[in-house]
Design a protein around this ligand. Structure first.
Ligand SMILES: Cc1cc2nc3c(=O)[nH]c(=O)nc-3n(C[C@H](O)[C@H](O)[C@H](O)COP(=O)(O)OP(=O)(O)OC[C@H]3O[C@@H](n4cnc5c(N)ncnc54)[C@H](O)[C@@H]3O)c2cc1C
Length: 233
């Protein structure tokens, strides 16, 4: 695998576009495993969601955790033409298929927006007519990943931000963490038969999934992907 492009998304987040030999193609929502090997043979492996739509070259978007082992390397050291090992695509559960016409509810916290962005790009590229709504929780506007792309989405897609730590002076949007009340205001009503995809830190995902079930979503219609140990967004 070789890195073909590096894009800064926010001060802490980078997208790496990859060229993978014999890439079989991927589906929206799948991930890859990245394996790094140090000179002394020490290996570290982490999962990263695929940020691009099916049909586009695979890309990953990585948020730097300052005390992390792998993410500082991927966000600060890696340059175009660098190589590392990638295994995938992986996953068959957290996948959205463009043949589905059910209303689509995407709820992301922080870098949890990555696979949801792949779904929205897939939706646009496949000319799906499924109505889609993204609820995206970030610490601040500067932390919003893919901001200009998300703000330009139209054509049956609503994007709702909540900025939980810091807001611009003119901000009139949400400032709360995602809870049942916020979901009641933003999510499709349960009787619309929506399909929900929830992704982010573990505690975020659990709170959102419980909230959606409390609002009447059948658990089988709430697909979840947990990114990591910590919560606190
Ligand atoms: C299926 C899947 C898909 C993922 N997709 C993405 C993605 O698209 N983009 C992305 O940036 N990350 C993604 N992750 C998280 C990623 O795999 C790593 O956990 C993350 O990059 C941290 O790795 P690290 O080696 O830098 O930190 P580590 O050395 O593993 O951990 C450092 C510290 O951070 C804490 N920590 C670990 N993981 C997280 C986390 N996710 N959030 C907050 N704190 C954490 C640990 O408890 C520890 O204190 C995904 C995880 C899974 C399981």
């Amino acid at each position: 695998m070789v890195v073909t492009a590096v894009t800064d998304e926010t001060p802490r987040v980078r997208t790496l576009q990859l060229a993978v030999d014999d890439w079989p193609g991927h589906r929206a929502g799948q991930h890859v495993d990245v394996r790094l090997t140090a000179e002394d043979g020490y290996q570290a492996e982490r999962a990263y969601s695929i940020a691009s739509a099916p049909g586009e070259p695979p890309a990953i978007t990585v948020e730097r955790l300052d005390d992390g082992e792998v993410s500082p390397y991927l966000t600060e050291e890696v340059r175009t033409s660098d190589r590392f090992e990638v295994r995938g695509p992986i996953g068959g559960y957290f996948v959205w298929r463009s043949e589905s016409s059910d209303p689509l509810l995407l709820v992301g916290g922080g870098s949890g927006v990555v696979p949801l962005r792949a779904m929205l790009r897939h939706r646009a590229r496949s000319a799906s007519t499924a109505r889609a709504r993204l609820l995206y929780s970030s610490r601040s506007l500067a932390d919003v990943i893919y901001r200009s792309e998300l703000e330009q989405l139209a054509n049956g897609v609503d994007v709702v931000f909540t900025l939980t730590r810091e807001q611009p002076p003119s901000w009139s949007g949400y400032t709360r963490r995602v809870d049942t009340e916020l979901l009641r205001e933003v999510a499709w009503p349960a009787e619309h038969g929506a399909l929900a995809y929830v992704c982010g830190p573990t505690s975020f995902v659990e709170a959102v999934a419980e909230g959606l079930v409390a609002l009447g979503y059948p658990p089988a219609r709430v697909k979840t992907e947990r990114f990591g140990a910590t919560g606190g967004r």
